[in-house]
Design a protein around this ligand. Structure first.
Ligand SMILES: CC(C)(COP(=O)(O)OP(=O)(O)OC[C@H]1O[C@@H](n2cnc3c(N)ncnc32)[C@H](O)[C@@H]1OP(=O)(O)O)[C@@H](O)C(=O)NCCC(=O)NCCS
Length: 183
């Protein structure tokens, strides 16, 4: 899956929030994670109109091709177990803390392994830091998609960026989080 093609830089990318004008091109997007294509085609715009999430489409400036998308929404982590203890020791006794959730994050098959996933995580970190100046925001969360093939298992991808496992779960996804003010 890793490609030997050149890395893509953020200056090669144009980011747009999804809107009605994008409808005709959404079904051209291809990913080995079918559910993520279905979400983009069927739900992303509708969910945004209902203020349940925002989807950022990533286009290559040179070809206008849709190469990736990321969907974000508000979330909270319920503090339990070790994490609850960790915050208690810092005098933080709340039952839950605010988070920004990566609802979906997907790079098109043809563009995998060229650094776009990394750029999207950086984009979310910048977005989170900005939001945290306006409303309380302590974590980034996600439900990482599991895949039998290690190179397609997104848990490893998120771990690279300092995401930790929130709790084990016997389903197709694993809840993960990143503390925005942890070194
Ligand atoms: C996970 C995903 C977003 C990564 O995007 P990408 O553009 O290929 O990632 P990058 O090129 O920025 O790779 C960054 C690093 O993560 C590694 N990596 C990428 N995808 C990985 C995966 N699925 N598992 C483990 N490591 C992965 C790369 O090898 C690279 O490591 P390196 O810096 O040591 O070379 C992409 O594989 C994808 O869209 N998968 C399908 C959807 C999905 O699983 N989304 C996440 C859950 S919703």
């Amino acid at each position: 899956m890793a490609s030997n093609k050149e890395k893509i830089s953020i200056t090669d990318i144009e980011i747009e929030q999804i809107n009605d004008s994008h409808n005709p091109i959404l079904s051209n997007f291809k990913s080995y994670e079918k559910e993520l294509v279905d979400f983009l085609v069927e739900d992303a715009l509708d969910n945004q109109k209902k203020q349940m999430s925002i989807t950022y489409l990533w286009f290559l400036k040179s070809t206008k091709e849709l190469v990736a998308y990321v969907t974000v929404l508000a979330d909270a982590i319920s503090l339990q177990g070790e994490l609850k203890e960790h915050f208690r020791q810092q005098g933080i006794l709340y039952k839950s803390l605010p988070a920004l959730k990566i609802g979906r994050l997907c790079v098109a098959n043809e563009y995998l392994g060229r650094g776009i996933g990394t750029l999207m995580i950086e984009f979310i970190l910048v977005l989170a830091q900005r939001i945290s100046k306006e409303i309380g925001l302590r974590f980034i969360t996600t439900d990482a998609k599991r895949n039998q093939e290690p190179r397609k298992d997104s848990v490893h991808f998120y771990k690279k960026f300092g995401f930790e496992i929130l709790r084990q779960r016997e389903k197709g996804t694993l809840p993960m989080y990143k503390d925005l003010i942890k070194e």
